[in-house]
Design a binder for this molecule. Sequence first.
Ligand SMILES: [Zn+2]
Length: 162
Amino acid sequence: MDKKNILWAPWRMGYILGEKKDTCFLCDEYKNKKSKYMVCRGNYSFVILNIFPYNNGHLMVAPFRHISQIEEMENEEMEEICNLIKITVKILKKVLKPDGFNIGLNIGKVSGAGLEEHIHIHIVPRWTGDTNFMPVISGTKVIPQSLDELSKILKKEFKKEM
Ligand SMILES: [Zn+2]
């Protein structure tokens, strides 16, 4: 990736420097029936907002099962996750109107995975010029509130699609 296209997300320092919990964030949220950030629950997998996003609307799709390797995934998990990626992109296009997306997964610490024990696919909306725009709107206090609002909107949209 071209260096000037790398997003600057200073609020992620809270995650990088913050105390790491022993439990798995994705498992915690999956078990939490009142999860604020899980926007869609499938039969085998779910879609959740990244609370330390690289960009507005940064979502993750993960299997319920706490597995770390792609080859451990069952076909029905794989199939649902691919379908959820498709629906997520469709909804993000409608709600946030991005110019593009980064979609992918990091496997193993060496790849930059923040949570390497529980596989998840990142869906990061991108806007032309967002690398310049993001520092302007940075601020840790702004993010949680906008996440709550975005979560409500996305939950509604997923309900229509599922
Ligand atoms: Zn887990």
